[in-house]
Ligand binder design. Structure first.
Ligand SMILES: [Zn+2]
Length: 358
């Protein structure tokens, strides 16, 4: 859209300096929108998401309970409640406490839902022949939709300017208007307390992937990316923990970037321990990886929201990320994964100004 349009000005006022700087960069470099990558990243021509096609909190819980009834290896546990009293779930597969353990966390930000959609598919696969064999060699913990109030738009502030169509809006923040991925040190919010007290402190976890969605306009080498990844960058983690994160990232990169539609950049993230990627690595010695998928389900800024025609490959990207890392941790290949790609992986930049997600 032209920089002079009323909508742009509205966004500029809302988003402050970030979008101005980003737009100036784009105009200065004269970048045109990048071409699609394979069948993957495209531009916004495919419109917005109708949120009615996404799982509701209730339908997600129903699916988890169905799988729990069908899968003997799966235990479903309530780890706490959200601000609005929704039960928060942990799906756990513990075959042997001495096995390596990986945790997958989705939807700290309520408007980043395809990560949860893909994760539910993986839970189904873990009950089928396709993935069942790995369970004897790994423990898997899944916390899906940590911010259900934000995901359901059941919050104590207005979402009137959010743009997705459908039966609900989804927002980044929890019901108290707090970004819970800035609460991993103070731990003031019930969702974060549940995660720390009943998951992170309760299990001996080796690896964790924190799944998010970023805006739609990030690119490397002039091509839009399907996502971005980053290891902990705080100074408060050992090199051993950071190396584990880099090896985990190597598995993700090898599997996703080779698909044709997958195109990954390096996320540009901060060093604060308030963020899960840093704080959880520092506090528990867990090798964490941030994965940011392209495009959000809802937002007040249209540059963040990706049309639902992209849902298929983004869900698939989540499934591939989870299943490839499950296999690599189970068979031990993660221990020897080559981390040298990190030295040359370009940091993504944005073709239009937008804030970092994480
Ligand atoms: Zn996020």
């Amino acid at each position: 859209m032209p920089a002079s349009s009323p909508l742009f000005l509205t966004q500029t006022m809302k988003k402050g300096a970030c979008i101005i700087a980003g737009s100036a960069l784009m105009l200065g470099l004269g970048l045109a929108p990048a071409q699609a990558v394979g069948g993957g990243p495209n531009n916004n021509e495919n419109g917005t998401t109708n949120t009615s096609i996404l799982h509701t909190y209730d339908s997600m819980v129903a699916e988890l309970k169905t799988q729990d009834a069908m899968q003997s290896a799966l235990d479903l546990e309530v780890i706490g409640q959200s601000v609005k009293g929704r039960d928060l779930y942990l799906a756990k597969y513990i075959s042997d406490p001495s096995n390596p353990t990986i945790l997958f966390l989705t939807q700290q930000h309520g408007n980043e839902q395809l990560t949860t959609e893909g994760t539910l598919e993986v839970i189904k696969h873990l009950g089928s022949g396709r993935m069942k064999d790995v369970l004897k060699d790994i423990n898997i913990l899944v916390v899906p939709m940590l911010n259900p109030d934000g995901a359901m738009g059941d919050v104590n502030f207005s979402l009137d300017d959010y743009i997705a169509s459908g039966d609900r809006h989804l927002t980044r923040y929890n019901a108290n208007n707090v970004d819970i991925n800035r609460d991993h040190v103070a731990k003031t919010q019930p969702e974060i307390q549940a995660l720390h007290n009943n998951v992170l402190s309760a299990f001996n976890i080796d690896y964790m992937i924190d799944l998010h969605h970023q805006g739609t306009r990030s690119a490397i080498n002039g091509e839009l990316v399907s996502g971005s990844i980053l290891y902990p960058t705080t100074t408060d983690v050992s090199e051993e923990v950071r190396e584990g994160s880099k090896r985990l990232g190597s598995i993700v990169y090898q599997n996703v970037d080779s698909t044709g539609w997958g195109h990954l950049g390096k996320y540009v993230g901060g060093t604060a321990n308030t963020i899960a990627r840093n704080g959880i690595a520092a506090e528990y010695g867990i090798s964490t990886l941030l994965f940011e998928m392209r495009g959000m389900s809802d937002h007040y800024n249209e540059d963040y929201v990706l049309g639902q025609k992209s849902n298929g490959y983004l869900r698939q990207q989540t499934i591939l990320t989870l299943e490839s890392t499950i296999k690599a941790v189970a068979d031990g290949s993660v221990e020897t994964a080559d981390t040298s790609f990190w030295d040359t992986l370009p940091e993504q930049s944005t073709l239009l100004g937008e804030e970092a997600d994480e």
